[in-house]
Design a protein around this ligand. Structure first.
Ligand code: RAT
Ligand code: ZN
Length: 423
């Protein structure tokens, strides 16, 4: 059989990424039906905590961080705009460049003096149409939310019930139910789960009831928790024990993954609120302990420290139940995405999920995926060229299959036989 005609690998990779609907496995986005939780438009975009942190490095003279935080959102957005976009210096940081990409993709002038054109576009578009516009222009087909029944804003929305936009899948986030035990006790009791301060049999049974109830109610596709760099397993810490007696058994019994996001030091500068968290390196031995102890649980793992990335790949080689995902938060920058993606391809082939957006504001889908794919595509091109040079008769369909497996939701998220349940 004659060899297939040679085709341009870089063109095939670009075509593939253009055509592939993206499934975003970790965001903080909510559908329009969840009311004020659904953040979109210029004021939300400009007050993203990544940008507020950058603005706080150059606030107008006489304005303290506390004063800035106390201002109404549109005023904060104006200050961010003046400091980072309409002032001195080009918007070069990743978060700044992101706003430029978003505005250009909406047909707006990113060099405008004010946000008025952007605000006019947003206020003239009804919320459902805006959501459709962003999904259409970003190439994203589905997103996973970060859902917390104990959140004082989110909990009542779930309890009241709503018709869910099927593009938004649920993930049950466990930080508020587990971290700093017994701190969560009062909130869990308020929802009717009669847990106590001690980790008694009754407390554990009630916690498992909480997980089962909310997985069912939200149709949660995975469980997730973020953990600090000093998290040890096994250990005497309450969180390690709670994972063992409640979370991991539930993930196993329900057949859903447990996502662990490790390496965040919360509140390093509390004045900066959401932007005040820091970073630390984890001891990946603890991941090995977990994966060995729970072979029937699929662990989706993302680590915040760049120094941990190679060790994570090696751990995933040892344990097929460990799937690295995304370039999380401070790693979500093109230079690091390229390095981490190349390392993962070399050590794991296509057995990982290269990226998630972590978007909090819907408009961010327009830049986070565009920037990530621009960083990832050349890494894929190099790899496919090497594969072809090594003698593999590469086809465009090979590339399409790999990209679909890695960016299209993956086998970890096989469609639920019951379809999308509505709360
Ligand atoms: O990236 C972020 O926006 C962080 O503030 C966190 O939300 C982080 O992604 C997390 O899920 O804890
Ligand atoms: Zn997140």
């Amino acid at each position: 059989m004659p060899p297939p005609a040679a085709f341009s690998v870089s063109e095939a990779v670009s075509r593939t990424f253009e055509d592939q609907p993206i499934v975003d496995i970790h965001t903080h986005l909510y559908p329009a039906q969840m009311g004020p939780l659904c953040l979109m438009g210029p004021d939300e975009l400009l007050t993203y905590h990544y940008l507020k942190v950058e603005t706080c490095r150059q606030l107008p003279p006489g304005t303290s961080v506390a004063q800035f935080n106390a201002l109404p959102k549109p005023r904060q957005a104006d200050i961010v705009w003046r400091a980072l976009f309409a002032g001195n210096g080009s918007p070069l940081s990743e978060a700044q460049l992101g706003v430029v990409t978003v505005m250009s993709s909406l047909g707006l002038n990113p060099r405008a003096d004010t946000l008025s054109e952007f605000r006019a576009l947003f206020s003239e578009t009804n919320p459902e149409d805006y959501v459709d516009l962003i999904f259409r222009n970003s190439g994203v087909s589905r997103v996973y939310m970060t859902n917390d029944p104990l959140d004082e804003q989110e909990g009542p929305v779930w309890r009241a019930g709503f018709e869910r936009d099927p593009r938004f899948e649920a993930a049950l986030r466990l930080d508020s139910a587990l971290a700093g035990w017994p701190a969560p006790v009062a909130n869990l009791r308020e929802l009717g789960y009669t847990v106590g301060n001690d980790l008694s049999t009754r407390t554990i049974a009630q916690l498992r009831r909480y997980l089962d109830d909310w997985i069912a109610r939200m149709n949660a596709r995975y469980l997730a928790i973020s953990l600090p760099p000093d998290f040890a397993y096994p250990s005497e810490s309450a969180v390690s024990k709670l994972l063992d007696v409640a979370v991991f058994p539930t993930a196993r019994d329900r057949g859903i993954p447990a996502a662990m996001m490790v390496g965040v030091r919360r509140g390093v500068n509390p004045l900066l609120r959401d932007g005040g968290d820091g970073i630390g390196k984890w001891d990946v031995t603890f991941l090995e302990n977990i994966a060995r102890e729970w072979p029937d649980v699929n662990f989706l793992v993302t680590l915040l420290s760049r120094e941990n990335q190679h060790e994570l790949c090696v751990a995933a080689r040892k344990f097929p139940n460990v799937t690295p995902f995304g370039c999380w938060w401070f790693l979500n920058n093109p230079s690091i995405i390229q390095e981490v993606t190349a390392e993962r391809l070399e050590l794991l082939g296509s057995g990982f999920v290269p990226q998630h957006s972590d978007a909090r504001v819907l408009d961010q889908l327009l830049y986070k995926w565009n920037h990530s794919i621009n960083a990832i595509a050349p890494v894929f091109v190099r790899k496919y060229k090497a594969l072809r040079n090594a003698g593999w008769t590469l086809t465009e369909q090979d590339i399409r299959n790999d990209v679909a497996r890695m960016f299209g939701g993956g086998s970890l998220f096989t469609p639920n036989p019951n379809g999308d349940s509505h709360p």
